[in-house]
Design a binder for this molecule. Structure first.
Ligand SMILES: [Zn+2]
Length: 68
């Protein structure tokens, strides 16, 4: 089950790199709940994935090639 293992590794890596910020006291943490009992959210907006970026270029290229 290599696929499942890859997925688990991905999930662990994702959890490790996800830094959250407390909405109440502004403390940075990796936990979903702060020591003060408030929720923690990701401080930065969801960034575009490289796949989306390339999809944009692919689309514009497709449009170009169609208009020719
Ligand atoms: Zn807090």
């Amino acid at each position: 089950m290599a696929l499942l293992k890859n997925l688990i590794v991905k999930l662990i890596l994702q959890k490790m790199t996800e830094i959250l910020k407390c909405i109440k006291c502004g403390k940075y943490t990796l936990e979903k709940f702060c020591d003060c009992g408030s929720n923690c959210l990701s401080p930065k907006p969801a960034k575009f994935s490289p796949e989306d970026k390339y999809a944009f270029y692919r689309l514009s290229y497709k449009k170009k090639s169609q208009s020719l």
